[in-house]
Every structure is written in structure tokens, then in C-alpha cells.
Ligand binder design. Structure first.
Ligand SMILES: [Zn+2]
Length: 193
């Protein structure tokens, strides 16, 4: 008898859940556009908040996401290859866009090394004057996105943050900065003792 009662109560719960689900489905069907509109509005007014939540989520689930992406790639390798082959022109367009953005960015920075005047653009590098390039790399600001930012920055903003150096001068600057940082550290340690 007790079993029967439990079964009846479970059945009633299931029926009630199904009814609620059906009501939600009907409501969604008849208010589809309204819901989409209000969701869009919410996304627009809470843009920063949503971006921050996404960033926090990615940070917290980094390893899990990496494994999931790898697994997805492994199981969809064939489709990915097929897509790449069917859209070969995309690669050419992307490459072209990247080259175009880089050339615009270099042009804005004078197309030659600020220190020695070297002008073969294949060996020119955009240097962060204050050495804070890691912050931009952390925000995934690199490649075409980075060049596009440079190409569109105001003159004042540009000269304050970036300069063009050849690979040699940039390597020397990095080495000297590291040397200076080590020297500062040694001095601080000596003072602390
Ligand atoms: Zn140089």
C-alpha cells in the first residue's frame, strides 16, 4: 500500500513537472521575439559585467576548457579539415588582412627603427616603451587585432606607448632592461641587509 502511495505521488509530481514544462514551452513559443529582444537588451546594458563573468569562468575552468577543446578537436578533425579545404580563400583573406594591418601599423610608427634607422620591415618590431606588452598579451591583444589598434590610435596615444625598433635594437633594449632590473634588485637587497 505504502509503495503504491509513493508511486502515485511520484506520478503526480511527474505530471505536474510535465505540465509546467509544457506551459513554459508554449509561453516561449508565443513570446519568442519579446524574449529575444529583452535578452539582447540585457546583454547590451550588462556588457562589461558579462565579459567579466566570462573571464572569471575561463580563469576558473581553464584546464577543463582546454581538455574539452582538445577532445572536440580530436573528434571533429575530419570536419575541420573539410571546412578548411572548402574555405581555402578564408586563409588567403586572413593573411592578406594581417599583412595589410601590420603595414598600416608600421607606417604609423615611421617604417624604420627609431634607434638605428634600419628599414627592412621584415625585421621591424613594435616595442612597448614602458615594457607593459605582457598586459596586452594577457588580454589576447595580438596579431591583426593589435596592429589594427595601433593603426587607429591617436597620435598622442601612439607616441606615448609604442615605438618601432629593429630586432637587434629591441633585443639589446630587452637585455639592458633585464640587466638594470637585476642591478636594482641587488641594490635593494644590499640596502635591506
Ligand atoms: Zn635598430
Amino acid at each position: 500500500m505504502k509503495r503504491l502511495l509513493i508511486w502515485a505521488s511520484n506520478q503526480a509530481n511527474l505530471d505536474a513537472t510535465a505540465k509546467i514544462k509544457e506551459r513554459h514551452r508554449r509561453y516561449y513559443q508565443t513570446h519568442k521575439e519579446q524574449i529575444a529582444q529583452s535578452q539582447k537588451q540585457y546583454r547590451e546594458t550588462h556588457k562589461e559585467e558579462i565579459l567579466e563573468q566570462c573571464r572569471q569562468y575561463r580563469e576558473k575552468h581553464r584546464e577543463e576548457i582546454r581538455i574539452r577543446c582538445k577532445l572536440f578537436y580530436e573528434t571533429h578533425k575530419k570536419e575541420a579539415k573539410k571546412y578548411r579545404e572548402a574555405h581555402k580563400e578564408r586563409r588567403v583573406i586572413n593573411k592578406e588582412y594581417h599583412r595589410n594591418m601590420r603595414s598600416q601599423a608600421l607606417e604609423r610608427l615611421g617604417n624604420k627603427c627609431l634607434l638605428c634607422g634600419f628599414s627592412d620591415i621584415r625585421a621591424l618590431q613594435i616595442d612597448h616603451i614602458n615594457g607593459d606588452g605582457y598586459l596586452e598579451r594577457k588580454q589576447k591583444l595580438k596579431g591583426s587585432k593589435f596592429y589594427s589598434l595601433i593603426a587607429n590610435l591617436s597620435d598622442a596615444g601612439l607616441k606615448q606607448k609604442y615605438q618601432l625598433l629593429c630586432a637587434n635594437c629591441n633585443a639589446i633594449k630587452t637585455a639592458e632592461n633585464e640587466e638594470q632590473a637585476k642591478h636594482r634588485k641587488r641594490l635593494e637587497e644590499a640596502i635591506a641587509v
